[in-house]
Design a protein around this ligand. Structure first.
Ligand code: NAP
Ligand code: ZN
Length: 348
């Protein structure tokens, strides 16, 4: 077994504390990755607090994992010791349903295996995530990390990056489109970068006036302060697409009203409350409300390669793991520029 140091949550709402556990011995298809950095996603906070009612404790969060391959099983073909590697939100799936065969493992019809707080295919081994020194993953679920991306700026691409890249690609957002990004946090700042890179006209809709200069620096050409009703009225019926990244409950109807006739609100944020929109708000205008979940392995690799080619990384604040609980508190106050990333050397 491989002794692994980590930080873990032991109960909902408790602070994370030092923890150690054993990773499995690598099998023939497994890759062992020494983790250098792991991003801090708002979903980690949702899981630490059991917001979705599916948390398993003790829980080592973290699904924006990058590092270096330190061992490979004897059947591994795509990785060698010393390669840069990344792991996102899923570490396995059934590998045989239609979704898996299409490279949409996140929609595995038999349920994909979450990187943490999930169950391996044996139905009993609990997965543990990237706030740890190493991880063992089947090579099919490991991404190649382009050498030209700084690892700390690449880590958030494994979740925040693919979660925003995938819907913008699926709906072919590009030149001639007006895109609003709601919420300038970890997901939101990546959505602005991608929307701008794909040629759309990007507007940031935010509750934090002080984020306007950053929104424009990241690629937005307009900024809407969502706490100001006059500002909301200014952009009524304006957008082809809205990407809603909000982590907290909010009035979706207020954002739907910003769509043009036929426009689409794409929801990626995961607030606890249902989406409650009046039928008149969509029927009279043929507006659409859609959802999107991370991305499959092939598209995640495509996104990483795109980022390497266009030198797109996340804007990060690097922290030692001992600061994780304070980082969560700052994230809850919308005070992150724009992703915390744990430097895992602090754990050795
Ligand atoms: P984050 O960094 O905390 O950013 C969320 C942003 O939403 C904040 O920075 C803030 O932006 C805005 N916000 C927060 N509370 C708000 C409130 N009460 N009212 C209005 N705006 C508020 O979080 P994240 O990591 O980007 O994650 C965002 C959400 O996406 C979470 O729910 C997460 O679980 C979910 N998620 C979904 C997927 C998926 O596959 N669909 C993947 C990853 C994460 P402003 O300061 O600009 O207002
Ligand atoms: Zn995430």
């Amino acid at each position: 077994m491989n002794a692994t140091k980590a930080f873990a949550a032991h109960h909902a709402h408790d602070a994370l504390t030092p923890f150690s556990f054993d990773r499995r011995e690598p099998g023939p298809h497994d890759v062992v990755i020494e983790i250098s950095h792991c991003g801090v996603c708002h979903t980690d906070w949702h899981f630490v607090n059991n917001d979705f009612g599916m948390s398993l404790y003790p829980m080592v969060p973290g699904h924006e994992i990058v590092g270096t391959v330190s061992r490979v099983g004897n059947a591994v073909r795509r990785f060698a010791v010393g390669d840069g590697a990344g792991v996102g939100c899923l570490v396995d799936s059934c590998r045989e349903c239609d979704s898996c065969n299409e490279g949409l493992e996140q929609h595995c019809q038999n349920g994909f295996t979450l990187t943490y707080s999930g169950l391996e295919r044996d139905g009993k081994s609990v997965t543990q995530g990237g706030y740890s020194t190493s991880i063992v993953v089947d090579e099919r679920f490991v991404l190649r990390l382009p050498a030209t991306l700084a690892p700390e700026r690449a880590a958030p691409l494994l979740c925040a990056g693919i979660t925003t890249y995938s819907p913008l690609r699926r709906w072919k957002v590009g030149p001639g489109h007006k895109l609003a990004v709601v919420g300038l946090g970890g997901l939101g700042h990546m959505a602005v970068k991608f929307g701008h890179a794909f040629g759309a006209e990007v507007t940031v809709v935010s509750t934090t006036a002080a984020k306007e200069p950053d929104a424009r620096r990241l690629g937005a050409s307009d900024f809407v302060l969502s706490t100001d009703p006059a500002e909301l009225a200014r952009v009524a019926n304006r957008f082809d697409f809205i990407l809603d990244t909000l982590s907290a409950s909010h009035d979706y109807g207020a954002y739907v009203g910003m769509l043009k006739s036929g426009g689409t609100l794409i929801c990626v944020g995961l607030p606890a409350d249902p989406i409650n929109v009046h039928s008149l708000n969509i029927v009279f205008t043929r507006r659409c409300i859609a959802g999107s979940l991370i991305g499959g392995l092939p598209e995640t690799q495509e996104m990483l390669d795109y980022c390497a080619e266009h030198q797109i990384g996340s804007d990060v604040e690097t922290i030692p793991i001992q600061d994780i609980n304070g980082a969560y508190q700052r994230m809850l106050k919308n005070d992150v520029k724009y992703r915390f990333v744990i430097d895992m050397s602090s754990l050795h």
